[in-house]
Design a protein around this ligand. Structure first.
Ligand SMILES: C[S@@+](CC[C@H](N)C(=O)[O-])C[C@H]1O[C@@H](n2cnc3c(N)ncnc32)[C@H](O)[C@@H]1O
Ligand SMILES: [Zn+2]
Length: 281
């Protein structure tokens, strides 16, 4: 049932210039019963706790990520994420090497794909209009609560690979920490570029896909030790650990070159991560 709450600063309305149906590309209407409904195919888009629900149940690898980020494993893993930031000079400094690639323009409309719990959202200019997409309801609720005072933040439950927006809507696109594990990273990047205005900056960042190669077990030919550390000690769990391992040979820079104009790829966090910056064609 459609509801809006105090947690979500701006209410979802049909917004015909921005939104379209992911199934038939038709416009969305605001029925008096709440939520949004596609005028073309009749698909329902409920608004739950202020979040527009485009896709409730993710599939394949996105489902593994959805389950992990909705589960109690995530808060336990968070400890290790904080440790990682500490080793790289603190969270603010670690994230600023990514965020500095965003323009400083006032009134900008930003799309944040895989916004998570929105730790850095409050560091972005208050006059920006931000739309965040994520597969995890737990992360989106945390993001809404953390950014309750923010005037123009709207959240969507859905997948990066299928965005409910018309072409050329955003002045910039950001995605931190989820890209390596999307079902279809190249397809998602194409989708992000589609909804960005031509020439808009696109900033994508994550850990290096083969980060676990640096761990001791991999170096001494006993990768099972690292698997145990990552899945059990660091609490990533079996399914997510398998997912990370499956994606470790991804060529992120090649994906950027295939999709973006002027794509640049650089390693950050002492070689632990990357930031890829380009513009939407
Ligand atoms: C490590 S968190 C990063 C969150 C935030 N961007 C940050 O840097 O703190 C990764 C996020 O990606 C989301 N995610 C994973 N796959 C996704 C997909 N295909 N589409 C949208 N979000 C996704 C997860 O739910 C999770 O919230
Ligand atoms: Zn439709």
């Amino acid at each position: 049932m459609a509801t809006t709450t105090v947690d979500s600063p701006r209410r979802w309305t049909a917004d015909p210039e921005l939104l379209r149906c992911v199934q038939c590309r038709g416009p969305l209407n605001d029925p008096p019963t709440g939520g949004l409904v596609c005028a073309g195919c009749g698909a329902d888009y409920p608004v739950r706790d202020g979040v527009l629900v485009v896709k409730d149940q993710a599939t394949d690898d996105n489902k593994i990520a959805q389950d992990f980020y909705n589960s109690p494993l995530w808060p336990k893993f968070r400890f290790w994420e904080r440790f990682f930031w500490f080793c790289n000079g603190g969270e603010r400094k670690s994230r600023d090497v990514i965020l500095r690639h965003l323009p400083k323009t006032g009134g900008l409309r930003l799309l944040d794909v895989a916004i998570g719990d929105g730790v850095y959202t409050s560091w972005l200019p208050e006059d920006w209009s931000i739309v965040g997409v994520d597969v995890s309801t737990a992360q989106l609720s945390a993001c809404a609560a953390r950014n309750a005072g923010r005037k123009d933040l709207r959240l969507i439950l859905g997948e990066a690979e299928s965005l409910p927006f018309h072409d050329h809507q955003f002045d910039a696109v950001l995605s931190i920490g989820g890209f390596n594990h999307f079902n279809d990273p190249e397809g998602a990047l194409r989708e992000m570029a589609r909804v960005a205005k031509p020439g808009a900056p696109m900033v994508i960042s994550d850990e290096l896909p083969d980060l676990t190669d640096r761990m001791l077990g991999h170096r001494i030919g006993l990768p099972g030790i690292d698997r145990w550390i990552v899945s059990r000690l660091m609490n990533l769990g079996d399914s997510f650990t398998d997912l990370v391992e499956r994606h470790r040979k991804m060529d992120i820079a090649a994906i950027g070159r295939n999709v973006l104009s002027d794509s640049r790829y650089e390693t950050i966090w002492r070689g632990g991560g990357y930031v890829m910056v380009g513009t939407a064609p």
